[in-house]
Design a binder for this molecule. Structure first.
Ligand SMILES: NC(=O)c1ccc[n+]([C@@H]2O[C@H](COP(=O)([O-])OP(=O)(O)OC[C@H]3O[C@@H](n4cnc5c(N)ncnc54)[C@H](O)[C@@H]3O)[C@@H](O)[C@H]2O)c1
Length: 223
């Protein structure tokens, strides 16, 4: 067995499905870390070389330590509550454990970042569509795929060639974990074909924009 440098985090890895996946991952040479609160799982199901972090997958602080701490490259999520009658008597608890907790695994929130040139072109297309008699319509404008805030920060650091100061804060009220446009309709109705769907390109052009604004800013002089 070739030992892989890829570390996989398996949530609920001490449960039925999770522990079998852990064995399959080990058989394929992956390094495995498990988070499990052992509410129904059994630690003895895990091979000795697999690290068990005993805790709640909904614990953001724990995940913030484990993901970078073990160099996790991929997450497989099996932690959850599965007893159907219990989900009827305790729907909120089941919602929390099976739905809300899963959101903690989405590292930073993801957004459908779009290059300003593609966005501008979509607006011109929309105007032409309306002026040629097209019916009023609501269209999402985006690429249909997302990048996380961490990916954006990494991209800005690449473009600048230096690290940025960062602080990870809790999710703001109202912030959706993922916002990605379903863009099939705008492509079809407006015949819009984005040309600049590349995060590095988007960042480079945003930086250029900010730099040109900065260069044009008049120095403030006193009276
Ligand atoms: N059993 C099946 O046939 C089957 C089939 C398809 C999908 N699934 C899905 O797979 C998932 C796992 O099912 P299973 O049968 O292995 O259940 P299981 O109860 O055997 O395993 C769940 C594991 O998650 C752990 N866990 C629960 N809440 C946790 C939390 N908040 N933090 C950390 N660990 C927590 C438990 O201790 C347990 O080890 C469920 O989402 C289930 O719906 C199960």
């Amino acid at each position: 067995m070739m030992e892989s440098t890829t570390t996989v985090l398996v949530t609920g890895g001490a449960g039925y499905i999770g522990s079998n996946v852990v064995l399959a991952l080990r058989a394929s040479g992956f390094t495995v870390v498990v988070i499990d609160d052992l509410s129904t799982g059994q630690s003895w199901l895990l091979p000795p070389e697999v690290t068990l972090v005993c805790g709640d997958v909904g614990d953001c602080a724990l995940l913030d330590r484990v993901l970078p701490g073990y160099g996790v490259s991929a997450v497989m999520h099996f932690a959850g509550s599965i007893v159907v009658p219990d989900s009827i008597t305790d729907p909120i608890g089941y919602y929390r454990n099976n739905t809300a907790n899963s959101l903690t695994l989405i590292g930073a929130c993801a957004r459908d970042y779009i290059h300003v040139t593609d966005l501008a072109a979509a607006h011109v297309k929309a105007l032409c569509y309306l002026m040629s008699g097209g019916a009023s319509i609501t269209l999402n404008c985006g690429y249909g795929c997302g990048a996380s805030v961490r990916e954006v920060i990494a991209g800005v650091e690449r473009a600048l060639g230096r690290p940025l100061p960062q602080a990870e804060l809790p999710r703001r009220p109202g912030d959706a974990a993922i916002l990605v446009a379903a863009s099939d309709r705008i492509r079809q109705v407006l015949d819009w074909h984005p040309r600049l769907d590349d995060l590095d390109l988007i960042i480079a052009s945003a930086l250029n924009w900010e730099r040109s604004l900065l260069a044009k800013r008049q120095p403030v002089t006193g009276h």
